[in-house]
Design a protein around this ligand. Structure first.
Ligand SMILES: C[S@@+](CC[C@H](N)C(=O)[O-])C[C@H]1O[C@@H](n2cnc3c(N)ncnc32)[C@H](O)[C@@H]1O
Length: 252
């Protein structure tokens, strides 16, 4: 039987869908990311300043594009380790807290509601703006500011307690010592640091590296698995989660 359908020209029916298979698309994206990572590794070696700029731009971009912002539980919840720290008085009642990499600001706002004076500091101005829009600011009790923990001059000993959920583990390896030095400078002697860090490999490797990083200025009181997964930012690849580890430090 003969078909009346044209075999060429604009009216020719599509025999193949015009889309790339999702698995292939994923493969291509992974390849592209691997290439970008290789270039970044090279850049890191050549110019730490440029690397810091890339880190800042990356976060500014992630906060600027709605679909790429940190999302899900990570962006809307308060970690249960913090709830416990507040309820047990490990974070002394009403003290001054720095929320490092405060993101949307929900943790800072939660602490303020419980009587703490909080500064939520984030590298991305967009994040600080979002937080201000959502939670407002209360002079002396709740402030959101753009703050680069790797760069901005510390106000020595100005905080009694610091919280980091999800910031340190995003910081490029070569700047982690700077992070440790600055965090120690912002914290008063005897002050507390609650750190929630993503765990990608062996728990013992992470524990050793965090202890090595912060151990000269802080005493590690304890550590434990967090029950909440620390989710990655949304992105083009399927969402991934990674378990986390919580660390309770006291400033020497
Ligand atoms: C995974 S998000 C976590 C946000 C928030 N802590 C939470 O748990 O909802 C990490 C945050 O750290 C911020 N950040 C990354 N590098 C930073 C730096 N050098 N100084 C301050 N904030 C930084 C990012 O902009 C981002 O908002």
């Amino acid at each position: 039987m003969q078909s009346n359908e044209p075999t060429s020209g604009p009216d020719r029916p599509h025999t193949r869908p015009n889309t790339v298979q999702p698995a292939r698309q994923d493969g291509l994206l992974r390849l592209r990311l691997r290439l970008v990572n290789t270039v970044l590794k090279y850049v890191r070696r050549v110019s730490p300043r440029l690397e810091r700029k890339i880190h800042r731009r990356k976060w500014e971009h992630l906060w600027h594009v709605e679909s790429k912002r940190p999302h899900g539980a990570l962006a809307t919840t308060v970690p249960e380790e913090l709830v416990e720290a507040v309820e047990t008085g490990w974070f002394p009642q009403g003290c001054r807290v720095l929320d490092i990499g405060s993101g949307r600001g929900q943790i800072s706002a939660w602490l303020t509601e419980r009587g703490f004076s909080v500064v939520g500091g984030d590298l991305a101005e967009e994040a600080a703006q979002l937080a201000r829009r959502e939670f407002g600011e209360i002079p002396g009790r709740l402030e959101f500011r753009r703050l680069d923990i790797l760069h901005d001059a510390p106000e020595p000993g100005s905080f009694d307690a610091l919280l980091d959920r999800g910031c340190l583990h995003t910081i490029p390896t070569e700047f982690r010592r700077t992070y440790a030095r600055n965090v120690a400078a912002w914290c008063r002697p005897g002050g507390r640091l609650l750190l929630l860090h993503r765990q990608e490999g062996e728990a013992s490797v992470l524990i050793d590296s965090v202890r090595d990083l912060l151990g000269s200025d802080f005493e590690l009181e304890r550590h434990a698995r967090t029950r909440q997964d620390l989710e990655r930012s949304a992105g083009p690849l399927p969402r991934q989660t990674a378990p986390g580890m919580a660390f309770w430090f006291v400033r020497r």
